[in-house]
Design a protein around this ligand. Sequence first.
Ligand code: ZN
Length: 311
Amino acid sequence: MTEEWKYKGPIFDAHTHIGEPETIDKMLRIEDKFGVATQIGIVHSKDGFEYAREKYPERFVFAKYLSLRDIAHYNVEPVIDDISKTKDEGYSLAKTWFGPRWRDYIEDVPSDFRIDSPKLDPVFQALEDCELPLLIHVADPDTYFQLHYQDASKYGTKEDNLSQIEGVLERHTRLLFQIPHFGAQSEIHRLANLSSWLDRFSNIILDTASSRWMARELSKDVVKAKKFLLKYTERILFGTDLSAHRGEMEYFGARYLAQRLLWETDVQDEPLPFEDEDTKDSGGTFINGLDLPLSVLRKLYWENAARVYRP
Ligand SMILES: [Zn+2]
């Protein structure tokens, strides 16, 4: 189903999630139809990991979740021990997740916890020593802060969440960071700050995971968004955030369609091909395409991820 698009080559999806073994075949069958040939699989199940490694050794670049519970309690020893084994276990990168609601899931988090606390430096240092890139999710869409994170005393403001990762970037300039979801800053008013990160830190790359978030925000100012994509062509990797357990044709197809419309076409005011929970009561989400040149699409869909993860 790639024939009708401007870009007809293979796709490297730099952000997918894989779970139990029985969900993986179906995911790949659907992805194949949409041209996905390689992907980062963030592992949620040991059985799924073993199954995928055995059955699809060429397909996946595996990402290992580091223990959020330990990190949240500055319990760095087991995390460092885990990192030291990660490559031998067959993973190529590590993942941490700090969507602000992580505080709902972990008990007794120190009240002054910060991702950029010097207490966590040994974790980032260990990743650097092992040459393991880190996919680090921080913050969330502006819409979530309006809808779900009003309690700033618990979740922090978005600015505070972003400043914590900025502190990490300032101190760890040799570790490769893949900051998903456009660095949580695809909102047009945040592109200037994201730009300053990319200019200051040569060790960060972004992915475009969350078709909904990218389409909703980047469509709001096609000129600014396109300028950004053209400037940072080498540093942006296509990603979807699709999960194996949601492996339905329609679910997957709508997400690919949204991003392909956004990147490859010049559509205007095209309704997002699935419901946007965040805007359904406030007018909906519409896509305005950026119509990127083919040379940029090649980097976005394939070359950038291949250079980093399959050199
Ligand atoms: Zn994800």
